[in-house]
Design a protein around this ligand. Structure first.
Ligand code: 5CA
Ligand code: ZN
Length: 411
């Protein structure tokens, strides 16, 4: 799939710090230790509706990971998928008498525009589920051959993954079986499907059903399950042991647990990813912002209302990425005021030495993306500059570059 155009990243003096990130599998903030090329997979959208502020907040968090690694001297191989075939897409298309493929293409195009407007660095590989069906099928065949997957014998053509044959099932989320079952039922699983070996077994392949799109394959006609798609796309581009598997906290279980288990069963290697990183949920009116609940604020809607995308970006970065947090229009007002002060300060002829600020922003972001304190450090510099403290003519341009390269905010 076509990605989106990325903004240039200004070069900063010196080098950033190694990045520490919270890892859901261990519950600890741990050092990331990428090689020359850092490898990151971030789960993409299911394009049946426009990008809302919850999606944007999650993609912004991983954009900071990308920027901090680059500032630390790494190249970054960033991969993202588009779930352009799945039940919610088919259901929405049926409801609206739309074509599922046209709906997916339209919403993906809008997503690209939103990402470019928010200055989110594009993935090197932006891959649709439909275009990677062959990759998923190859993994399903390997899982069947290894005896870790099985076909239901009810004539449906459905193939399931046997969680009981997985070596370390549950290590990533660390949840109890009851909690797993609850999330599984809530997030696309079918615990009560007759004929499964284990209630938590997720489907790998859904045999063709009348009225549903299906593809011919070595495992029969049908379409792949959600988890195996992400496994295939990540594994074939990044290999095992890549640095960060990312998404919102609603993907912790079953999606990321299953994707990792599939990959580990196919390769016999471990782990799928070295860090499993999850962003908190953005809420509105007391509940998680979600397409199924319909309590949404769309990025494109705000853009249509002429809200500066940099204000949206600053508003979302004003909270810590791991916190579940509510959205409100007040956040936009505060961000507007903040960016106004920053813009005024960097337009001055001189200001206080910006070297310490660059160090502070680097240090805060390297500490599990502490944007709250990183933004406060810029506030402090701007306040001093606006009081005409400091005579360093190089400071305003350096602050502009710092805020651009590390926070992705163009002033
Ligand atoms: N296509 C799958 C991933 S393979 C999917 O979850 N798509 S999605 O469109 O539902 O969500 C896209 C990304 O936004 C996921 O990482 C999801 O965890 C995140 N997300 C969804 N809702 C919110 C929210 N309210 N707050 C923060 N992140 C969210
Ligand atoms: Zn995914």
């Amino acid at each position: 799939m076509q990605s989106w155009p990325g903004p240039p990243i200004p070069k900063l003096p010196g080098r950033g710090f190694p990045l520490w990130l919270h890892d859901s599998a261990t519950g600890q903030v741990r050092l990331t230790a990428p090689g020359a090329t850092a490898r990151m997979y971030v789960c993409g959208i299911t394009p049946y509706d426009a990008t809302h502020l919850g999606h944007a907040a999650t993609y912004l968090a991983f954009d900071l990971v990308n920027r901090v690694w680059r500032d630390g001297g790494h190249d970054v191989h960033f991969v993202q998928n588009v779930t352009d075939i799945d039940d919610p897409l088919l259901e929405r298309a049926a409801r609206d008498h739309d074509d599922w493929m046209v709906l997916g293409m339209r919403e993906t195009a809008l997503f690209r525009e939103d990402m470019a407007a928010l200055r989110i660095l594009p993935p090197r590989d932006y891959i649709g589920a439909v275009e990677s069906i062959d990759e998923a099928v190859a993994l399903i065949v390997a899982l069947l051959d290894a005896g870790v997957a099985y076909r239901l014998d009810d004539g449906s053509g459905d193939v399931y993954y046997d969680v009981g044959r997985s070596q370390r099932f549950g290590y990533e989320s660390g949840l109890s079986t009851d909690a797993m079952l609850a999330y599984f039922a809530e997030r696309g699983g079918d615990p009560d499907r007759a004929g499964k070996r284990n209630r938590l077994d997720p489907h790998l392949w859904r045999g063709a059903r009348p009225g549903e799109p299906a593809w011919e394959s070595a495992v029969g006609p049908g379409r792949p399950g959600w988890h195996i798609e992400c496994t295939a796309i990540a594994l074939n581009r990044l290999g095992m042991g890549f640095d960060v598997q990312g998404g919102g906290s609603d993907l912790l279980f079953p999606h990321h647990e299953m994707s990792a288990a599939h990959a580990e069963s196919v390769t016999g290697d471990w782990p799928f990813a070295r860090h499993y990183v999850h962003a908190g949920m953005i809420g509105l009116a007391g509940t998680k912002m979600s397409k199924s609940r319909g309590n949404l604020v769309f990025v494109s809607r705000l853009r249509g209302d002429k809200v500066d995308p940099m204000v949206i970006r600053a508003a979302l970065l004003a909270g810590h990425y791991r916190e579940d947090r509510p959205w409100s229009g007040l956040l936009l007002d505060e961000a507007r005021g903040r960016l106004g002060r920053w813009r005024e300060a960097v337009a001055l002829d001189a200001g206080p030495d910006a070297g310490p600020l660059l160090g502070a922003v680097r240090r805060q972001l390297a500490d599990d993306l502490d944007t709250v304190n990183a933004l406060a450090a810029v506030d402090h510099w701007a306040a001093e500059a606006l009081q005409r403290r400091g005579r360093d003519a190089g400071a305003p341009p350096l602050v502009r570059k710092t805020v651009d390269a590390l926070l992705g905010i163009a002033l």
